[in-house]
Design a protein around this ligand. Structure first.
Ligand SMILES: Cc1cc2nc3c(=O)[nH]c(=O)nc-3n(C[C@H](O)[C@H](O)[C@H](O)COP(=O)(O)OP(=O)(O)OC[C@H]3O[C@@H](n4cnc5c(N)ncnc54)[C@H](O)[C@@H]3O)c2cc1C
Length: 334
């Protein structure tokens, strides 16, 4: 949990959370649990809860304190260009209003005035550029709040807010190991950024699997073809079943391809795609004795395959099934 908590801590600097807020955040659920647990609440339970919260809060606070004071909490970026890379996918070129110190492979959180309380993570699809622009590849997900706004509604000239760069799935410093990379869906954005960086650093043997649900889901393959044509060290495998195949058929095809690829001991491995995929592939690829440090992917979030996280306003308005609100007193729905 520590890596996840540290990421949470770094993000919370951007939300204005201060160390003095944490005792209240810890005390409130304990007070609520105590109130409703009746006899099940004992001093031992209270102590264990408090200790657990203490460990969590410490990890979050320490990670937040390690963020340099001059790191902007968030900045603004102008949407300089929008390219429709697929019917449901927009490649947005953003021009931040300050130098944006992102390393290839990191991600950042984004918000728009169209949904001011919604922040979602996206991976830049490019290595750092000299003109300080960056590209985000955003795929619209059904009923998705921010992705729908970014793909359907946002116009050039509009302003978005960007949180600071996050994530550790960058190229290992000074490594000369061969690379195995797997990109699924919009995970291709992060892998594209890593390949651009690798090319800039002189390259080393790399195999990239670009997987999709079916070949209509693969996008911007011209960039991959260009990279393969230009760099002899790069080998690419496209993995997409025939149109209409199920998600599990697509995953099976990818897993078979990786099995045929063979052992990857001593490789740097980068996995980018839906969060449920990375841990499953890591388990398949990792020799039980291999160094898990060599496998890099973004933190796995639990929002997947579940209804999306509620914004605070929605939580207040919609999550009424709490015992201390008597529904009959709320009146008829309006
Ligand atoms: C580290 C990281 C990097 C990411 N990089 C990118 C990127 O480069 N490009 C990109 O398009 N997305 C990326 N995502 C996903 C992105 O952050 C959002 O989850 C996605 O855009 C949906 O947000 P939303 O507000 O539109 O949907 P929400 O309103 O949060 O969700 C609506 C519904 O869609 C489902 N859902 C949420 N996300 C997805 C998804 N990605 N695919 C399918 N169903 C989903 C939810 O379960 C829910 O049912 C990344 C996620 C993480 C954690």
């Amino acid at each position: 949990m520590v890596a996840v908590l540290q990421g949470l801590g770094r993000r919370h600097t951007g939300y204005g959370a201060l160390p003095e807020h944490y005792p209240a955040v810890g005390a409130s659920p304990i007070a609520a649990l105590k109130h409703f647990s009746g006899n099940a609440w004992t001093p031992e339970v209270e102590q264990v809860r408090a200790e657990a919260y203490g460990v969590i809060a410490r990890a979050v606070i320490d990670a937040a304190a390690a963020v340099p004071a001059d790191t902007p909490r968030w900045g603004e970026a102008e949407v300089a260009d929008i390219r429709r890379a697929a019917p449901d996918l927009a490649a947005l070129t953003l021009r931040p209003d300050h130098p944006y110190p992102c390393t290839a492979g990191q991600y950042l959180t984004v918000s728009s005035d169209r949904h001011p309380q919604v922040w979602r993570p996206y991976s830049p699809a490019c290595a750092p550029r000299s003109d300080n622009t960056l590209e985000l590849d955003v795929r619209r997900v059904p009923d998705g709040l921010l992705s729908t706004a970014l793909v359907n509604d946002v116009r050039p000239g509009e302003t978005l807010r960007l949180g600071p760069p996050l994530g550790e799935a960058v190229l290992a410093d000074g490594s000369e190991r061969p690379l195995l990379m797997v990109a699924a869906g919009t995970g291709w954005a992060q892998i594209k950024a890593l390949l651009e960086q690798l090319a800039r650093d002189g390259g080393r043997p790399a195999t990239v699997f670009v997987a999709a649900r079916d070949d209509r889901d693969q996008y911007d393959l011209a960039a991959l073809h260009d990279l393969v044509k230009e760099h002899a060290w790069l080998h690419a495998v496209l993995s997409a079943p025939a149109p209409g195949a199920s998600r599990s058929a697509a995953i099976r095809l990818l897993r078979d391809g990786l099995r045929d690829y063979g052992g990857c001991a001593g490789h740097d491995i980068h996995l980018s795609g839906p969060p449920d995929l990375a841990p499953a592939l890591a388990a398949q690829l990792l020799d039980p004795h291999a160094d898990p440090e060599l496998v890099r992917h973004d933190p796995v979030t639990a929002t997947f395959n579940r209804s999306r996280p509620l914004t605070p306003a929605e939580r207040f308005l919609e999550e009424r099934d709490v015992p201390w609100i008597n529904r009959t007193e709320l009146g008829p729905p309006t």
